[in-house]
Design a protein around this ligand. Structure first.
Ligand code: 0O2
Length: 253
């Protein structure tokens, strides 16, 4: 259901009762709060994306390589917002979307190595305009299907011409191989006419395990050949992960 389609439906319903210009005005007034909210989410998403571009620039000077491979951003479509609101059994008002849906604005940070994920998440959460709302670490605790990613829901301010507004953004951190796996699994899961047989589910799980193993081995090669500076300071992947948790605990206390 696109917003154009919704507009056409509303037009058809209202036209027998009101003049064309009246209908257009009513639709505009009806859609305005939603369009405004989506614009605010877009601002928050750009704000967070810029933060990661800055971190990538700065960390590349420190470590002679870029910890971020790519950044993807997305705003949830109207159709997905409606689906999720129905699934969560929450009202479909602008206020309720803002309060109950955490992932309308999403930023996906694709990293070279698993340890980069924790370095970046740590640096990001240290920033004083970022408040951690929720964390799901599917790297430390992969989902039963094999899915791995670190998810953070954060709140950050956007500065508008007459006010400051706090907005929620979902940040997903993945390595290249985690992202490759997740995008195929997502495509299969959302393909309506395809059934995920136990054999396919098992194959996907095995691939997720292989990709986690590959991530570890690639990171070892990186550290051995290029002498990653953090690794030289004896800050291994598990130590960085631990440091991230200690920091997060003190943030939440
Ligand atoms: P899309 O199209 O990517 O937006 P919550 O949002 O906390 O109320 P949810 O959705 O269970 O509830 O949260 P969770 O587990 O943090 O998942 C949020 C997003 O992570 C999903 O969004 C996916 O993008 C991704 N994700 C989570 N689990 C899986 C998985 O098993 N496989 C893949 N490929 N992606 C996953 P959406 O809304 O489902 O989809």
């Amino acid at each position: 259901m696109s917003s154009d389609f919704t507009r056409q439906m509303l037009e058809q319903l209202l036209l027998p009762h009101f003049s064309k210009s009246d209908v257009q005005q009513r639709i505009h007034a009806y859609a305005h709060p939603y369009r405004e909210l989506i614009a605010y989410y877009r601002c928050a998403m750009m704000h967070v994306e810029t933060k990661f571009n800055i971190l990538d620039e700065e960390l590349s000077l420190e470590y002679d390589r870029n910890p971020i491979e790519s950044i993807k951003t997305r705003l949830k479509s109207l159709e997905s917002i409606v689906d999720k609101a129905i699934r969560k059994q929450v009202p479909l008002t602008v206020e309720s979307i803002e309060q109950n849906l955490n992932d309308v604005a999403g930023v996906r940070v694709i990293c070279s190595h698993p340890s980069d994920i924790y370095t970046l998440a740590d640096a990001f959460l240290k920033q004083d305009d970022i408040t951690l709302i929720e964390k799901k670490d599917y790297i430390a605790n992969p989902k039963p299907n094999g899915y791995r990613s670190l998810h953070l829901i954060v709140e950050t301010p956007i500065f508008l011409h007459d006010k400051k507004k706090m907005m929620k953004v979902e940040v997903q951190f993945r390595t290249i191989s985690m992202d490759w796996w997740a995008s195929l699994e997502h495509k299969i899961r959302y393909k309506k006419d395809v059934e995920i047989t136990p054999e396919i589910a098992q194959e996907l799980y095995d691939c997720a395990e292989m990709s986690a193993e590959l991530d570890k081995r690639m990171e070892t090669i990186q550290n051995t050949v290029f002498g990653d500076k953090e690794a030289m300071k004896n800050l291994t992947y598990s130590k960085r992960q631990k440091r991230f948790y200690l920091k997060e605990q003190s943030d939440l206390n």
